[in-house]
Design a binder for this molecule. Structure first.
Ligand SMILES: N[C@@H](CCC(=O)N[C@@H](CS)C(=O)NCC(=O)O)C(=O)O
Length: 218
């Protein structure tokens, strides 16, 4: 029986799980929920996940949400000698979890999210808070530099992508998109060379294209 994967295009949390499913070669059925149609609030989905969030998976009747719990579950259940999300020794795996925590708590929460909020979530007619934008941009630059120094070969944990790469990539895709769409963000060209090169390697993965949010192509 294949695994059901409930996804929303543009959700960074869901995108990380999609990349992981592909990397591990797990057969799955993609179920795309439309946020604009409020599919996530419809009774069928809320009955599955009372927190009405993507990603959510159903594996042989077992329902799981929270992207990081899903990544660890997929690795334990389906990871093997050909592909792992948390490869290596206990120390290697602990480092991957540290990078993921830093991505969420530092790069995202203190860098990217405040920029996103200022530029996309302000009430109509309210100008972005420039001081907050500047502080968040400076934090993002600092974080990108720290992550650039965490590369270990082609990817963050060696020559194959890991859970840390799949968690970081959607954030970097947002940096690129906001930079291109909102000049006021001053994010265009902000990626340090090693991170730009790493992002290009993720984008060259054979399964990457199908995971790219279709509404971002315009
Ligand atoms: N911590 C959760 C966050 C998931 C999340 O916030 N998903 C958003 C999309 S980016 C969502 O489904 N929101 C719909 C809602 O909250 O009703 C995870 O890592 O999976």
């Amino acid at each position: 029986m294949s695994l059901d994967f409930y996804h929303g295009h543009g959700s960074p949390y869901s995108w990380r799980v999609w990349l992981a499913l592909e990397h591990l070669g797990i057969p799955y059925e993609l179920k795309v929920l439309s946020f604009s149609e409020k599919d996530h609030l419809k009774p069928g989905f809320v009955a599955l996940n009372p927190r009405h969030r993507v990603p959510t998976i159903v594996d042989d009747g077992f329902v799981l949400w929270e992207s990081l719990a899903i990544l660890e579950y997929l690795d334990e259940r389906f990871g093997g000698p050909k592909a792992r999300l948390y490869p290596g020794t206990a120390q290697d795996r602990a480092r991957i979890r540290r990078l993921i925590r830093e991505d969420e708590a530092d790069l995202d929460e203190k860098g990217l999210s405040p920029i996103y909020e200022e530029l996309y979530h302000k009430p109509e007619g309210e100008a972005p808070d420039e001081a907050r934008l500047d502080a968040a941009r400076a934090k993002l630059v600092e974080e990108l530099d720290l992550f650039a120094r965490e590369l270990r070969g082609a990817f963050l944990a060696g020559d194959a992508p890991s859970a840390a790469d799949f968690v970081l990539y959607p954030e970097i895709a947002y940096v690129k998109r906001i930079g291109a769409k909102k000049p006021a963000s001053k994010l265009e060209g902000i990626l340090p060379g090693p991170i730009a090169g790493w992002a290009a390697r993720i984008e060259a993965l054979p399964y990457f294209e199908k995971t790219f949010p279709p509404h971002w192509r315009t």
